[in-house]
Ligand binder design. Structure first.
Ligand code: 6PG
Length: 250
């Protein structure tokens, strides 16, 4: 069994509870960051799980409890498509979170992963993140919160097994070729995840069970199971896992 310091696994009944807990933690992180620094710099994740989280954040329960004008919206990864494409992580967030909340574009920092030179766009995005988070030159940007999911292959963000980005130590955002998907994706790198003040990993569904078991109870193999590296950060890492996925750890 791998002992992961700084990691807290919270088992909740189902996918709705994962989203509800994620919304509550998002609100708590936002309140603390805004009180301490006057802004909340958050990286959203993609896929389908965040849709439920966004519904929770725009609900009558949480919408009034977050100081939205002080939130700076960023992304942890993006597909090589324009916002209008259904695959776009930004497009999904615009539809389910940003437009319903009436967020002003000045506070939305999307990844321009649809451009021809994605590597150059990644460097530009990294500079934006450093400016936004006010970190010193040469140091990774510090998010107040990074929201992540985990795929059935134990990828997180777009840090997929056996891909180049897993080993990057001196760049904060890269264009990462993903041969198993036949595409390239823009993604933050592990130095950025490890520098965050807080990281929340939302996992729901029995299909995530084997990957969860590999991450927490399998042999140490970070190339095969990238999410094993979600435990070396300076900040607090919380896994919110539904019972269906958590069963694989029991
Ligand atoms: C993406 C996400 C990705 C996602 C996982 C899990 O762009 O697809 O950033 O890392 O978090 O694939 O997705 P679900 O939570 O929707 O299963």
């Amino acid at each position: 069994m791998i002992e992961f310091p700084l990691v807290h696994i919270e088992r909740v009944p189902d996918a709705a509870a994962v989203a509800a807990r994620g919304a509550a933690l998002f609100a708590a992180c936002a309140a603390q960051a805004i009180a301490e620094r006057g802004q909340f710099v958050v990286a959203l994740s993609g896929g389908s799980t965040p849709r439920r989280l966004h519904a929770g954040l725009t609900s009558d329960e949480w919408r009034p409890r977050i100081d939205w004008p002080y939130v700076e919206f960023c992304w942890g990864d993006e597909r090589p498509v324009p916002p209008s494409n259904p695959e776009s992580n930004y497009g999904m967030a615009r539809e389910t979170l940003l437009e319903p909340l009436g967020i002003e574009s000045a506070h939305v920092h999307r990844m321009h992963a649809e451009v021809t030179d994605m590597s150059r766009a990644a460097d530009e995005y990294a500079r934006d993140l450093v400016r936004l988070s006010g970190t010193a030159a040469g140091a990774p940007p510090v998010f107040d919160l990074i929201l992540l999911g985990m795929g059935p292959d134990a990828h997180t963000a777009s840090l997929f097994p056996q891909t180049m980005a897993l080993h990057v130590k001196d760049r904060w955002v890269v264009a990462n070729p993903v041969p198993q998907l036949g595409t390239t994706r823009m993604t933050i790198t592990f130095p950025v995840i490890h520098a965050a003040r807080a990281v929340i990993v939302l996992v729901a569904g029995a299909e995530k069970g084997p990957a969860l078991r590999a991450v927490f109870a399998g042999p140490r193999d970070e190339d095969r199971f990238p999410a094993q590296r979600l435990a070396q950060g300076a900040g607090a890492i919380r896994w919110i896992v539904d019972a269906a996925a958590h069963a694989a750890l029991e």
